[in-house]
Design a protein around this ligand. Structure first.
Ligand SMILES: NC(=O)c1ccc[n+]([C@@H]2O[C@H](COP(=O)([O-])OP(=O)(O)OC[C@H]3O[C@@H](n4cnc5c(N)ncnc54)[C@H](OP(=O)(O)O)[C@@H]3O)[C@@H](O)[C@H]2O)c1
Length: 292
């Protein structure tokens, strides 16, 4: 097993490796119910950590509860340098639907579920996930939810607060209530609507953690990307991850996979250097504004 090269960014008092891991794919199909192969899910987590991953993204609404329970089974007692980042703001219906859960009592229940299922007394980092337009942010005050988060931080249940699926104005509003250590929005090689926010956060030393870094449930497919990757003796997914690492030093990666083979492939992207000619070609693949 090869180890990740050192390439870190400060997040919540930890120097996290910029190549992390997202645990959402460890639940069953549609992020609901148990995985087909629990042993492999556990092996993926153990190998990620053994390879040098020290930043894992999760939520108690993955499964629900199941992903956190698998993390606990695989990794508890947790290594001191491992940063577990979870998120609040939704629950799951019996039909696997995603329901907003943004009321203060619902956020508190979310914290209690995370504490219980991860087996910890305090949560390292909790992202407040705004439900907006589901995968895209939409404007509107988030003060009510943020006040509830700040209150749980004062009570010692949460160490650090992050945000997910938010606009630049919402980040600024939240910063008036509590310190924000990271922002998790959708962003990847082809979905680049957050260009400005990435740079704004970089200027403030705040981590930007793209969700769907590989394109999400339907990983990115592009003939141009496949051709370019072949020329670099890499895979398209490795190029997509290497591009994100190159884009800005505050970008932290949490690619999700349920497969050991894909995990190994993704971790190797940390060693891939993209030449100028590749960066120029990749610039053309991005969509920087949202389709009407
Ligand atoms: N804040 C939010 O609202 C939000 C939303 C979504 C996700 N997230 C977080 O972000 C993390 C990453 O997002 P994601 O897992 O949804 O999407 P992703 O990382 O963009 O892509 C995951 C998909 O790509 C496949 N894949 C992974 N590595 C691959 C490879 N090397 N070759 C081919 N296919 C590969 C996975 O299937 P296999 O399992 O077969 O590898 C899975 O279908 C999640 O784990 C979660 O922690 C947050």
């Amino acid at each position: 097993m090869s180890k990740l090269p050192p390439n870190t960014f400060p997040l919540a008092g930890h120097n996290v490796n910029r190549m992390g891991y997202g645990a959402m794919q460890l639940a069953g199909p549609g992020v609901f119910g148990p995985p087909k192969d629990r042993n492999t899910a556990i092996a993926v987590l153990k190998e990620a950590v053994a390879s040098g991953v020290n930043h894992i993204d999760t939520s108690d609404f993955y499964g629900p509860h199941i992903t956190n329970q698998i993390i606990r089974e695989a990794l508890h007692p947790y290594p001191a340098d491992l940063l577990l980042v979870t998120k609040l703001g939704a629950t799951r219906g019996q039909d696997a639907s995603w329901q907003p859960a943004q009321e203060p009592d619902q956020l508190r229940r979310g914290v209690e579920d995370n504490l219980h299922n991860l087996g910890v007394d305090v949560l390292d980092v909790v992202n407040l996930r705004i439900m907006g337009d589901i995968h895209h942010p939409s404007e509107g005050s988030i003060a009510r939810q943020m006040n509830a988060m700040a209150e749980m931080q004062r009570q010692g249940l949460i160490r650090h607060i992050g945000l997910s699926n938010v606009t630049s104005a919402q980040v600024a509003e939240a910063q008036g209530i509590a310190k924000i250590v990271c922002v998790q929005n959708q962003y990847n090689l082809v979905e680049r609507q957050d260009e400005k926010l990435v740079d704004e956060l970089a200027a403030q030393g705040i981590a930007y953690v793209p969700f769907f870094p590989l394109g999400g449930f339907s990983p990115i497919q592009s003939d141009a990307l496949s051709k370019l990757a072949a020329g670099l003796e890499a895979t398209p997914m490795q190029v997509a991850l290497a591009w994100l690492l190159h884009r800005s030093p505050n970008i932290l990666l949490i690619p999700g996979t349920s497969s050991l083979t894909h995990l190994r492939e993704n971790l190797r992207a940390a060693e891939l250097q993209l030449p100028e000619s590749a960066l120029t070609a990749l610039a053309a693949l991005g969509k920087t504004s949202r389709a009407a």
